[in-house]
Write a protein that binds this ligand. Sequence first.
Ligand SMILES: Nc1nc2c(ncn2[C@@H]2O[C@H](COP(=O)(O)OP(=O)(O)O)[C@@H](O)[C@H]2O)c(=O)[nH]1
Ligand SMILES: [Mg+2]
Length: 240
Amino acid sequence: MKEYEVYSSLKVPKNSKIIVRLDGRSFHQLARDLNLTKPYDENFYKVLSHVCEDLFKEFSPIFVYAFSDEISILLDNVPFNGRIEKIDSVMASFAASSFVINYNVKFKKPPAFDARVIPISDDDILEYFKWRQDESWRNCVNSHGIFYLKSKYSNIESNDKINGKKLSDIHELLFENGINLNDVDAYKKRGIGIYRKNKKVVGFNKKENREQVSYRSYVCTDWNLPKFNKDFFKRLGVLK
Ligand SMILES: Nc1nc2c(ncn2[C@@H]2O[C@H](COP(=O)(O)OP(=O)(O)O)[C@@H](O)[C@H]2O)c(=O)[nH]1
Ligand SMILES: [Mg+2]
């Protein structure tokens, strides 16, 4: 019967880094069920960061990037011998379980994530994360915009007003009404990142009777990401 498992041999190309992107299923509804704060729910983001940290501990990626209900995981050491079915199903279910454990509330419906595997060359990694970070910014502008409009107009009118508007117009509309998006928390604009960082440790070498500096790496959850650029990925060791 094994021969019926026709997708089980589908594999990531050898020697390729991959990005696995997870996205919450129907989180629009989940946000309603949990009565999440609009436009941004701090507790939801805390939980999302714990999910990313759990993924980091389990799969040792180079970088995890998240905003809204999506998580991108950049992996050098591809798990499960590169088998796509395994990677997608285990990572998505691991994230959903972590989400439930870390939320610690009663859900109306079991939360789920979908998953996709994206083989990526080193040259395209920066472009990929810039693309997702632009989406985070779009999401920030739009969600603040719709939140503001709904405080003044009906839902239908608000949706009509925001549809087709350029980001810069929404930014301007908010600014004219006392909301300056430049002042909102960095993570709402640029998302959160999890990666290894080096910490300087100063010890004392008794034998040689002198101070000794060494570096130890630790996993950092960055709520204050810069706009992605070459330097950021150089520091991660992804780019030369
Ligand atoms: N209220 C609230 N909702 C959020 C927050 N973060 C994500 N969401 C919801 O999650 C959805 C994610 O978008 P998308 O994946 O396109 O929608 P889905 O198909 O319903 O999962 C958003 O449309 C919001 O409804 C938050 O901080 N606050
Ligand atoms: Mg979703």
